[in-house]
Design a protein around this ligand. Structure first.
Ligand SMILES: C[S@@+](CC[C@H](N)C(=O)[O-])C[C@H]1O[C@@H](n2cnc3c(N)ncnc32)[C@H](O)[C@@H]1O
Length: 469
């Protein structure tokens, strides 16, 4: 029996808005919402649905009838295939408007926040080349373009070094130029791929779990330091040294060349030994005269210039006088803690990753800061009544959790200890809004400042000041 084709076509539909997760929104003739991946609000398009749910459709634009005035020409030839810069086809001022709108919607609809006057989103001075960290994957089965598939010619080179095709764990798009990280990022990636191919170093095959080369990470700092880390699937000293010696010679500006041998099924390096092959085992970022040591596993905000803006807003919101005990929850390598330390009596940072806490302590020592303390642990287990009894009652809490937001026990603990102010930094305003709703019984939102850390994407950071009612 032939399967019923559930795909539907809607013609001549106007895209009316941008929604969550970077999707745009249109309305089908039956009144249901359609979430679209590849359309700009204001476009008039034909749509083919890809999924049908009870209350909505998901779909894709198949024909652009009238382009929106918000459209711009994407500069990247990989746009549309690469999942990295989904909003590159929308003017930057409109990207900012929709990010601001998303924050406001989340805070009012999910958080039921009675909004104070909201400052306009702080845009990024750099709209391209703003990332200080990129990770590329090797693959021996490069994603092929339609022309390549339709062409009869034999495809000889299937090696790729680039990004995953969205939603496909084993398909890698070979990247020729990426506009997110400044030079020499593109040169390093392209030369590594070409050298490895010419010298018959095998590229990883995720399906069969074969091949020597897995990932290439490039990290840079505003002070000009460069870290390159190559991840191998198995150890072959001769081939490993051949590639690393080539990188070292070709790019003498690299200050830290490292590698990992990871035979696991997944390519995360957090549980692996990182070996320094050449130069230092870290790079150092600088902010307001403070130095932050970053090793291969350290979290550091990926847009350094906007991170500085974000931290200044956080410090302004905290309004410290030098008398306060401050807790910096989810402190990472203690950057915010050290950034506000001069204006506080003492700052206590808590973080789950032990290496990050080691870095935080070392950074504080190097920065000659003697009023910070750092503790390791899962927040919901560490941030307890006993912890407060031992370390003291904070007047101000700064919290910067991962995308999932705070665990409900952590929110409850904040309500229990009731600091005068909470500064909540978030990379996901939906989970932030959920947490604000829980804090509402005791706290009023008095300041909101969205910050754009990731131009060309829908992601937005948001800083909120909560003051006791
Ligand atoms: C958004 S980052 C913030 C880092 C830091 N505030 C900064 O600006 O560099 C979130 C941090 O939370 C840490 N983290 C995630 N889950 C955690 C948990 N359950 N307990 C403690 N820390 C956690 C992560 O390791 C990460 O360093």
């Amino acid at each position: 029996m032939a399967r019923k084709n559930k795909k539907q076509v809607f013609e001549n539909i106007e895209v009316i808005d941008a929604g969550a997760k970077g999707k745009s929104i249109a309305k089908a003739p039956d009144g249901k919402v359609i979430f679209l991946n590849n359309a700009v609000p204001g476009d008039v398009i034909d749509i083919r649905t890809t999924k049908k749910r009870k209350a909505y459709y998901e779909g894709t634009a198949t024909n652009l009838i009238k382009p929106s005035s918000k459209r711009v020409e994407p500069i990247c030839k990989h746009f549309g295939t690469c999942g990295g810069c989904k909003w590159q086809f929308m003017g930057y001022e409109h990207q900012l408007d929709y990010k601001q709108q998303e924050v406001m919607n989340n805070l009012t609809r999910i958080g039921k926040v009675d909004l104070p006057e909201v400052t306009p989103i702080l845009g990024s001075a750099e709209q391209f080349f703003y990332r200080n960290k990129m990770e590329f994957s090797f693959s021996d089965s490069r994603w092929l373009s339609l022309e390549e598939i339709q062409n009869d010619e034999e495809i000889k080179d299937r090696n790729a070094l680039g990004f995953h095709i969205p939603g496909m764990w084993d398909k890698i798009l070979d990247i020729d130029t990426c506009y997110l990280q400044a030079d020499p990022s593109n040169a390093i990636r392209n030369k590594v791929r070409d050298f490895a191919t010419q010298n018959n170093l095998s590229f990883y095959n995720a399906r069969n779990q074969t091949g020597l080369l897995r990932t290439l990470m490039i990290r840079t700092t505003s002070t000009g330091e460069i870290m390159v880390l190559v991840q191998f699937f198995f150890d072959d000293a001769e081939k490993r040294n051949l590639l690393l010696d080539y990188i070292k010679t070709e790019f003498p500006e690299i200050t830290s060349l490292q590698y990992v041998v990871n035979g696991k099924g997944n390519d995360t390096i957090y549980d692996q030994d990182v070996i320094c092959y050449h130069g230092k085992d870290h790079i150092t970022e600088e902010m307001e005269g403070l130095q932050f040591k970053i090793n291969a596993k350290s979290f550091y905000q990926t847009n350094s210039d906007q991170a500085y803006e974000l931290y200044k807003i956080t410090r302004d919101f905290a309004q410290l006088t030098g008398e306060e005990l401050v807790y910096d929850l989810y402190t990472g390598t203690g950057t915010i803690a050290q950034f506000v330390a001069k204006q506080a009596k003492k700052v206590i940072g808590v973080e789950a990753v032990p290496e990050a806490i080691e870095d935080a302590k070392e950074n504080a020592r190097n920065n000659k800061i003697d009023n910070t303390e750092f503790y390791v642990g899962d927040m919901k287990k560490v941030f307890t009544k006993d912890f407060i009894a031992t370390h003291g009652q904070p007047e101000v809490v700064i919290t910067d959790p991962p995308r999932d937001g705070m665990h409900k026990d952590v929110v409850q603990q904040l309500l229990n200890i009731a600091p005068a102010k909470i500064v909540y930094v978030s990379c996901n305003s939906a989970t932030q809004a959920r947490d604000l709703a829980l804090l509402d019984e005791a706290y009023k939102v008095t300041k909101v400042q969205p910050v754009d850390m990731f131009p060309q994407t829908h992601h937005v950071e948001n800083v909120v000041l909560l003051e006791k009612r």
